[in-house]
Design a protein around this ligand. Structure first.
Ligand code: SF4
Length: 358
């Protein structure tokens, strides 16, 4: 028996003996969402411990009206949309409309693996405007900032960023303010914490008295984080604990934070499921406005074109489990996704469809 299995059994036994009542814990990271589903962790925890998914999947939190704007942009002449692969099949507000369809209709949509690939694409295609779709949280924001810096140094005139970047803290504050919020502990995202550090989550324990553990991504690391959260709940002493010290430092990565501050700026933003939240998105600083696709192409976000029956907004706020959506696995599947949670490799619906469970 490996020591990890032995430790897992020991932790599960101790969790089973804890006197915590019914407890809902929430992860706010798409990688945690997938890892929890894949490991079957929900099935081995006692029935009184629920694991909910929060707004941690970048593609899933992007609202349909923003996808609509990207689809319109993709059909303009001499445009190359450079994007991470996850975004290709994300539907806008009309079912079936996505970048894959734009591509089939003649748009140039290129999958890139880093923002600097998009800068290279712009250098190689001087007669096209290359628009990089910058999605993600504090984890991916430094890479996007570096790309803007590189384009500026190279004096590229045909590169811009459509920023959908968001920050985690305002979303957590909005969730906590949500009617019916009853999460008693947050499994905080290890990736984001590498940038903003333990300090970035201290508000949870200090202001809201909610336990917070920064966790790694292996099943035994997640189980340990769950155990630590429950221990805090049992003791009634909420704090921020770091169960991922090999990657996360107390103050995060100041160099990466400085890159974000140099090129990006906080702004009001729209979240699927949470609506508009002040200072929750990262737009491009005025000094680098020439690399801001929204300003360059005067993009205005319009209201959604039709009302979607997709309940992703409720899934990513932990209000329902993926399988509770009436479309789950029937009308909505990875082959025919109705919403982004079924498309993304980090989406709660895709995770539940692939691995079963909630
Ligand atoms: Fe949306 Fe499909 Fe998930 Fe339902 S199953 S919430 S339609 S992505």
């Amino acid at each position: 028996m490996s020591s990890e299995i032995y430790d897992a059994q020991k932790l599960l036994a101790e969790i089973g003996e804890m006197d915590v009542g019914n407890v809902s814990l929430m992860e706010v990271c798409g990688t945690h969402t997938m890892a929890i589903a894949k490991s079957g962790l929900r099935n081995v925890l006692p029935e009184n411990i629920k694991l909910l998914s929060g707004p941690g999947c970048p593609v899933c939190v992007t609202p349909p009206e923003v996808i609509d704007a990207i689809l319109d942009l993709s059909m303009q002449k001499n445009i190359i949309i450079a994007t991470y692969g996850d975004m290709i099949k994300v539907p806008g507000s009309v079912h079936g409309e996505n970048l894959a369809k734009s591509r089939a209709l003649g748009a140039r949509v290129e999958v890139v693996y880093s923002p600097l690939d998009a800068v290279r694409l712009a250098e190689e295609n001087p007669s096209y405007e290359v628009i990089f779709l910058g999605a993600g949280f504090e984890t991916t924001a430094p890479g996007t900032a570096v790309a803007i810096g590189a384009a500026s140094e190279k004096r590229l005139r045909n590169f811009s960023v459509f920023s959908m970047l968001k920050t985690v803290e305002p979303a957590l504050r909005a969730l906590i303010a949500d009617d019916g919020f009853n999460v008693r502990g947050f499994l905080c995202p290890g990736h984001v914490a590498t940038i903003i550090g333990e300090e970035g989550f201290r508000f949870l324990a200090e202001k809201f008295k909610i336990p917070c553990v920064i966790g790694g991504f292996e099943p035994h690391e997640i189980l340990m984080a769950v155990y630590m959260l429950l221990r805090q709940i049992e003791s009634g002493e909420p704090k921020v604990e770091n169960a991922y010290p090999q990657a996360v430092k107390s103050n995060g990565n100041p160099l990466a934070v400085n890159m974000i501050r140099k090129y990006l700026t906080l702004r009001r933003d729209i979240w699927r499921g949470l609506g508009e939240i002040d200072m929750s998105g990262l737009g491009i600083c005025d000094e680098y406005a020439e690399f801001d696709a929204e300003r360059k192409f005067d993009i205005k976000i319009k209201p959604p074109k039709e009302t979607s029956p997709c309940l992703c907004g409720d899934v990513i706020c932990g209000r329902i489990y993926a399988h509770e959506c009436p479309l789950f696995g029937k009308v909505c599947t990875p082959e025919n996704p109705v919403g982004p949670c079924m498309v993304s490799g980090e989406g709660a619906c895709a995770a539940a469809y692939k691995y079963g469970g909630q």
